[in-house]
Design a protein. Structure first.
Length: 167
């Protein structure tokens, strides 16, 4: 599977959900086991509501910086900071998350790791990004659920409220 000179990468989509943080932990665990590099990817979308071409580059730079801060914050929350024993590359890209992740995880030796939200009614997954990546990725995809303690209804409501009020 690995060609000479092609280092293995574990590409992980990063978000602040319990499933997202569990996916980040799993990606680092796989990288330690395989001696791989972790590419932690955060996608963001900038859709100006005013006339195109009017100082949008300044806003884009600001969104880029905010996404970098967000990435580091998720590493702090999930792992206590960036791991010292694994090569980590922070990747911030403008675009829709599913497409950015599928495009980034394009090498034959890549593995894509994503947080998988719980199943909704009628067995359908609520995670459209996870579903998009599973359907379109050309590399193996590992969908990681949230820890069992985080799946309790009370914890989910608390996490939802916490996320909503911490923005």
């Amino acid at each position: 599977m690995n060609r000479p000179g092609m280092a293995r990468r574990i590409v992980v989509g990063v978000d602040r959900s319990f499933a997202g943080m569990q996916a980040l932990r799993r990606a680092v665990q796989l990288a330690r086991r395989d001696g791989a590099q972790v590419d932690a990817v955060r996608a963001w979308v900038f859709a100006p509501t005013w006339r195109p071409g009017t100082l949008t580059w300044r806003w884009q730079d600001e969104c880029d910086r905010a996404a970098q801060v967000y990435l580091r914050g998720v590493f702090d929350a999930a792992l206590g900071g960036l791991p010292r024993d694994v090569a980590v590359r922070l990747v911030v890209t403008q675009g829709y998350a599913g497409q950015v992740l599928v495009d980034h995880a394009h090498r034959e030796s890549d593995v894509l790791v994503l947080g998988s939200p719980e199943r909704g009614r009628f067995g359908r997954s609520r995670g459209h990004v996870t579903r998009y990546c599973v359907e379109r990725a050309a590399v193996p995809v590992i969908a990681v659920p949230a820890p069992s303690w985080a799946r309790a209804a009370t914890i989910r409501r608390f996490a939802h409220d916490l996320e909503r009020f911490s923005r």
